[in-house]
Design a protein around this ligand. Structure first.
Ligand code: SAM
Ligand code: SF4
Length: 334
């Protein structure tokens, strides 16, 4: 009989070692590429996994070889006691890297607590350095607080903070050079992410994608040539560069124009405990049902294994047969 805790290979030989945990579907802003503008129906509290359930799930997948966790959402910092969860996860045997993706609005208040709890790495999302453009995208105030959050995180000792910037044609071209300079001035890596069809309004159009190669041209023309950096981990979604004078790192995450599914090592669990093998998967495996009906760790491991076994070769965004998932980004966990 197969060991239920054996390493997590899928049908294409990809080993899964990374888990993204959505800790909430709630958010304090309303980015148009992710959430509806108003009247969002959030999950009731009892449907969300408790910290104990999240920790148990992490322990099980860690026994199967997962060593990296990323907390996301919705906006993870709006979940009460996030640092306590980080502390619990930091004790899970086998986990050696815990990262957080946040919009940064509550980061100034929480950075120290998260650092003390054992958070290793931070990605802060910021698509624009122009406050008006920020507001157009997020449909909320908060630009200054994000900046304060980034600098507060640096002060408490987070290093190599990455800035996630979703790039949208016709909207953020003018942000590219300022963001490149921001990376240079503040010792950050700015990662430009192509807009994916995961918006709640279902309004995504291929011509709204500002391709990574175009951003690279804008940066090289406006600042300096970019030099590729070594790629020690082939499963990392970004291709990284540094400006020719050594100041300022830039990453490109090009899921639409250059899909990187061939090296994917990621699994996801939604806030209500559904396991997904891809951002774009339409099938989900219900870990919460297993946990709340008295299932054993072996049962949970077998469920994870079925999910990984069913993983497709790629997301197929560019194919005619592509079917957009029913859930939007904030409901899945980016
Ligand atoms: N609220 C946190 C934040 O914004 O950083 C974490 C969750 S958010 C869903 C995770 C990342 O996904 C963010 O960097 C966000 O910009 C990105 N994202 C959301 N919707 C996207 C889309 N349709 N295409 C590309 N990236 C998207
Ligand atoms: Fe909230 Fe993040 Fe989605 Fe923006 S991208 S609406 S910050 S969950």
């Amino acid at each position: 009989m197969t060991d239920p805790f054996a390493p997590l290979y899928d049908g294409f030989g990809r080993l899964h070692t990374s888990l993204r945990i959505s800790v909430t579907d709630r958010c304090n802003i309303r980015c148009f590429y992710c959430m509806p503008a108003e009247n969002v129906r959030f999950l009731p509290r009892r449907e969300i996994l408790s910290f104990e359930e999240i920790e148990r799930f992490a322990r099980v997948v860690a026994r199967m070889g997962v060593n990296k966790l990323r907390l996301t959402g919705g906006e993870p910092t709006v979940r009460h006691g996030l640092a306590d969860l980080v502390r619990m996860l930091a004790f899970v045997p086998g986990i050696d890297d815990i990262a957080l993706t946040t919009n940064g609005i509550l980061l100034a208040e929480q950075a120290q607590g998260l650092k003390d709890a054992g958070l290793h790495r931070l990605n802060v999302s910021l698509d624009a350095l122009n406050a008006e453009t920020f507001k157009k995208i997020t449909r909320r105030e908060g630009f200054e607080r994000v900046l304060e959050g980034i600098f507060a995180a640096q002060r408490v000792g987070f290093e190599k903070i990455k800035i996630n910037a979703v790039a949208i044609r016709g909207l953020t071209e003018d942000e590219v050079v300022p963001l490149g300079n921001f990376a240079r001035q503040h010792d950050l890596e700015v990662r430009f992410i192509e807009f994916m069809p995961l918006d709640a309004d279902g309004a995504w159009q291929n011509d709204q994608v500002l391709p990574g190669h175009r951003i690279r041209e804008i940066l090289e023309l406006g600042i300096l040539p970019l030099v590729p950096l070594p790629r020690p981990d082939p499963s990392q979604p970004a291709t990284d560069y540094v400006f020719a004078d050594g100041r300022g790192r830039i990453g490109f995450i090009n899921p639409v124009t250059e899909p990187f599914c061939g090296d994917c090592n990621r699994l996801r669990i939604t806030a209500e405990g559904k396991i997904r093998n891809c951002l774009f998967s339409i099938e989900e495996w219900d870990a919460r049902a297993v946990m709340r009906s008295g299932g054993s760790d072996e049962d949970l491991a077998n469920l994870v294994r079925s999910c990984v076994a069913a993983k497709k070769a790629g997301h197929g965004i560019n194919s005619d047969e592509f079917v957009k998932p029913a859930r939007a980004m904030y409901e899945i966990g980016g």
